[in-house]
Design a protein around this ligand. Structure first.
Ligand code: NAD
Ligand code: ZN
Length: 373
């Protein structure tokens, strides 16, 4: 029997790849997206799959989401406002309220939805897990701003204060969210998982690691380090590294994230759970900048100005054992994925630098700080 899906955020990086995968797999797909201007400065992007019933509209509009949910088996809820922007109310409105209202509509209308897969994030953690030489696996808190002001970027063991090394973070690590975005991702996953248990609908929250790949917005200077560094380099400007550039992240190619969504929809093994989806490897941000400038053959050294973002994790590598136990296996490694992203971005026209302006806004609003001299 043909399965019917609603993908929210269907024009975005991850949503559009989920759409393509599901169409390829024979699903009947409806997409909802409002072309959020920060992501889609030139309006409707050219990659929307022609086989999709596409609704241009806002998730927050009750009538729109009600119509979008009609005759659907599985919801892949990807729409969200993301990044380090200062609009607290917009994060809460799109991510928290938008999700809550969608669940309310499903219950109110008694819609026969069989599963909801919600996009969560590694941003729900406070700091990545650490390994203390004395205490083994520890879960440090976010680094205090006073520590960062002194230019001490290290993560310290919460028990003895020794420098702890990065360790893969399991799903059992404390969840908090140290940015407004992170907080609303916690809201989204908790709302969906809790609601699922209450009403008896299987739900899964996928905590994606940093996701990149073709279609990642070239306009959004607030999220997506690979896209931001590329657009800087293509404008002959240095990528700006926060802290000392040695912080690490776990990167996932977007097609792997799409496959994780299909898996979560089709297996019962992850039902009711929050699940890390990542590569399991941490890569220093400085290396990303270097790799990009090598492949692009634009030899501009990254800039380090002692800037930092309070609340940002130092290291985050996903412990992916749970996802792997259900059959998840990433297939695209970082160098191949970056090469594919660069092929794509080279084919885009009019790549501008939006970072310089955004950077001034973030400094003025106290989101980006600088070490005290
Ligand atoms: N890209 C990452 O590194 C990453 C990491 C962890 C989690 N996530 C999560 O994955 C999901 C997809 O992210 P992405 O990277 O594809 O981002 P994206 O910005 O490319 O896509 C999000 C899409 O949602 C749409 N959207 C935003 N607000 C909407 C609204 N009110 N109504 C309808 N549509 C709306 C946008 O227009 C956009 O097309 C998000 O929930 C995000 O929080 C992304
Ligand atoms: Zn210790």
């Amino acid at each position: 029997m043909t399965r019917r899906a609603l993908v929210t955020g269907a024009a975005g990086l991850i949503g559009s790849h989920i759409v393509d995968l599901l169409v390829h797999e024979g699903w009947q797909v409806r997409g909802l997206d409002n072309f959020e201007p920060q992501t889609h400065r030139r309006g409707r992007p050219p990659w929307i799959n022609e086989k999709v019933e596409f609704i241009e509209g806002d998730l927050r509009d009750r009538g729109t989401i009600t119509a979008a949910l009609d005759n659907v088996d599985v919801v892949f809820h990807q729409a969200a406002y993301g990044g380090y922007m200062p609009e607290i109310t917009k994060f809460v409105h799109v991510n928290s309220f938008g999700t809550a209202q969608m669940l309310e509509v499903i219950r109110e209308k008694k819609l026969p939805i069989q599963k909801i897969v919600v996009a969560s994030s590694q941003a729900v953690y406070s700091e990545g897990a650490g390994n203390c030489p004395k205490h083994g696996l520890v879960f440090p808190s976010v680094r205090p701003i006073d520590q960062l002001r002194k230019g001490d970027w290290q993560v310290h063991c919460p028990v003895c204060g020794a420098i702890s090394k990065s360790a893969p973070t399991p799903e059992t690590a404390p969840v908090g969210g140290e940015t407004v975005y992170g907080l609303t991702k916690v809201d989204q996953e908790r709302l969906v998982l809790l609601w699922g248990k209450q009403v008896g609908v299987p739900t899964v929250a996928l905590r994606y690691s940093c996701t990149y790949g073709p279609r990642q917005s070239i306009f959004n200077p607030y999220t997506g380090v690979i896209a931001i560094f590329c657009t800087r380099l293509l404008n002959n400007l240095p990528p700006v590294l926060y802290e000392d550039g040695e912080q690490t992240r776990d990167f996932s190619f977007v097609e792997d994230i799409a496959r994780a969504n299909q898996l979560a929809a089709e297996t019962y093994k992850l039902d009711g759970l929050a699940v890390n989806i990542g590569s399991g490897h941490g890569v220093p941000i400085r290396e990303i900048a270097e790799q990009l400038s090598d492949i692009l053959k634009i030899n501009i050294a990254p800039e380090i100005n002692g800037e930092f973002r309070p609340g940002e994790m130092r290291h985050l590598t996903s412990d992916t054992r749970l996802a792997r136990s259900a059959g998840y296996e990433p297939t695209v490694d970082l160098s191949d994925g970056i090469a594919r992203y660069i092929d794509w971005i080279r084919a885009q026209s009019d790549i501008r630098d939006y970072f310089s302006e955004a950077s001034e806004i973030l400094k003025n609003k106290g989101i980006v700080h600088r070490v005290a001299r």
